[in-house]
Design a protein around this ligand. Structure first.
Ligand code: HEC
Length: 159
């Protein structure tokens, strides 16, 4: 799903810009060259959050990313206590209570994916603490990344 992320910055690929400014001859050559497809229309569901919650949400996302970096590095070095430590940072203990009045306005699928992701980090922390096999933990990380990709493909935050 790499393309969905790539297309968020709205800029046409450099090869397209070159085509636009080139003479007809060059244009023909550009057209013959393989082109990166244009961004598809943004079909993601827009999620409304008050500005304070929005900031917390984005902060939580950056914690997810940092945790995954720490987990991957620690796993490669087979430092399992560190894997557990990094995973816990993104687990359910890290969840900040969202007021029920706000939670009630969020799409249920969005809420469920968020909670499931925190729980998967907890499960990974437990596996690392129990010295599970590297393969087993890699599969857990795959499933976590699957949640990241699924949610990003389906939702965006309204400005
Ligand atoms: C419940 C849905 C959901 C899940 C699960 C999710 N994200 Fe996000 N994430 C979002 C949305 C929505 C945005 C904002 C995208 C936008 O508005 O264009 C976002 C933004 C981000 C950002 C940018 C933060 C900023 O500072 O603006 C990062 C980094 C990120 N996510 C990482 C991750 C990682 C890594 C995972 C998996 C561990 C993950 N996310 C899981 C929904 C989710």
């Amino acid at each position: 799903m790499w393309w969905q992320v790539k297309h968020q910055n709205g800029w046409p690929p450099v090869s397209n810009l070159l085509c636009v400014s080139a003479a007809a001859l060059l244009l023909a050559a550009c057209e013959a060259a393989p082109m990166v497809s244009r961004p598809a229309a943004d079909m993601r569901t827009s999620v409304e959050l008050p500005s304070k919650e929005r900031e917390h949400f984005r902060h939580g996302m950056r914690i997810y990313l940092e945790s995954l970096y720490g987990i991957t590095e620690a796993l490669a070095e087979h430092k399992l206590p560190l894997v557990a430590e990094h995973a816990q940072k993104a687990g359910t203990a890290a969840v900040r209570e969202v007021p029920i009045s706000i939670a009630a306005t969020l799409p249920p699928g969005f809420l469920l994916l968020g909670m499931d992701t925190h729980q998967k980090f907890d499960a990974l922390a437990a596996s690392a603490a129990a010295r599970a096999s590297t393969k087993e933990m890699q599969l857990q990380i795959r499933d976590i990344l699957g949640n990241c990709a699924t949610c990003h493909a389906n939702y965006r935050i309204a400005q």
